[in-house]
Ligand binder design. Structure first.
Ligand code: IPD
Ligand code: CA
Ligand code: CA
Length: 268
């Protein structure tokens, strides 16, 4: 298992670096080809699709028996014989990509029998890279990550994000309005995968978001968990679409209880 995770990680890293290069190199042309998805603000560029195709093609060439779940093309080869499924966000932070804000990333995770065992996130603008394997720690290059040492919620810098629908944002705005008086400050960088890596590294003390999809969370969630953060939902639930909260143990309960009081995992 450990050997498998290392091998899958190595492949994910090589593929993610090339994908990041494609996203960066093709940006000028790609942002001329923009469509919308769930709402008028939920954009997809030609690069989101091309990068996902490139990632799947390269992994498939190396491992023809694996399955895929990607943001742009959904489920492919779901009955994969190997038991391995790749969960891919080709560009996390597409709105930043569109505007040239250097906070967009390629996120690739490998699941074995439904459990994420390896993940890599590459900031495509800067080349910065974070990775983890299950039980093998979280790393930025050769530096092992341990999250923030902050213990006081009132002194914590907390990252979050907002969905694409106005109804969902209205509720998320109420939650953030309730929280902002209880913490040092709030950050909204625009890439859930990079937010989770920032929390793993201690550049954010904690992070939460409602409405994430599996491809937003898979690699970054493992990286945060392997850095020692608790990555959960609320009231005993696992992290997922209702809520993903990533915080060091000393902050987790405090932030969890604030989010419960604000009913942050309910609503549209
Ligand atoms: C989005 C980003 C954003 C988060 C949204 C995601 P996309 O992903 O991660 O930070 O707040 O919930 O949908 O659309 O840029 O891949
Ligand atoms: Ca995403
Ligand atoms: Ca995306």
């Amino acid at each position: 298992m450990d050997q498998d995770a290392r091998e899958l990680l190595g492949l994910a890293q090589r593929v993610a670096r090339r994908a990041a290069e494609t996203a960066r190199r093709t940006r000028t042309e790609a942002i001329g080809h923009v469509d919308t998805k769930s709402t008028a603000t939920d954009v997809v560029t030609a690069a989101d699709r091309a990068v996902e195709r490139q990632i799947v093609e390269e992994i498939r060439a190396a491992r023809p028996d694996d399955g895929f779940l990607g943001e742009e093309y959904g489920v492919q080869d779901d009955t994969a014989a190997s038991g391995v499924r790749w969960v891919i966000d080709p560009i996390d932070g597409t709105v930043n990509y569109l505007y040239g804000l250097p906070q967009y990333a390629v996120s690739i995770a490998a699941e074995a029998d439904g459990v994420v065992i390896a993940g890599v996130v590459v900031n495509a603008a800067s080349g910065d890279e974070w990775h983890a394997t299950l039980g093998g720690g979280a790393w930025r290059g050769d530096r092992r990550l341990t999250g923030s040492a902050q213990t006081v919620l009132a002194q914590a810098l907390v990252g979050t994000g907002f969905g694409y629908s106005a109804d969902q944002r209205a509720q998320q705005g109420v939650v953030v309005a309730g929280l902002i008086t209880r913490v040092r400050d709030i950050r909204r960088f625009g890439s859930a995968a990079l937010d989770l890596c920032a929390a793993a590294e201690g550049m954010l003390d904690a992070y939460y978001e409602r409405g994430l999809n599996p491809w937003d969370l898979a690699a970054g969630g493992l990286i945060a968990q392997e850095a020692g953060l608790l990555v959960t939902g609320l009231t005993g639930k696992p992290a997922g679409g209702d809520m993903a909260l990533a915080a060091p143990p000393a902050l987790h309960e405090q932030l969890h209880d604030e989010l419960v009081a604000l009913r942050a995992d309910s609503g549209p």
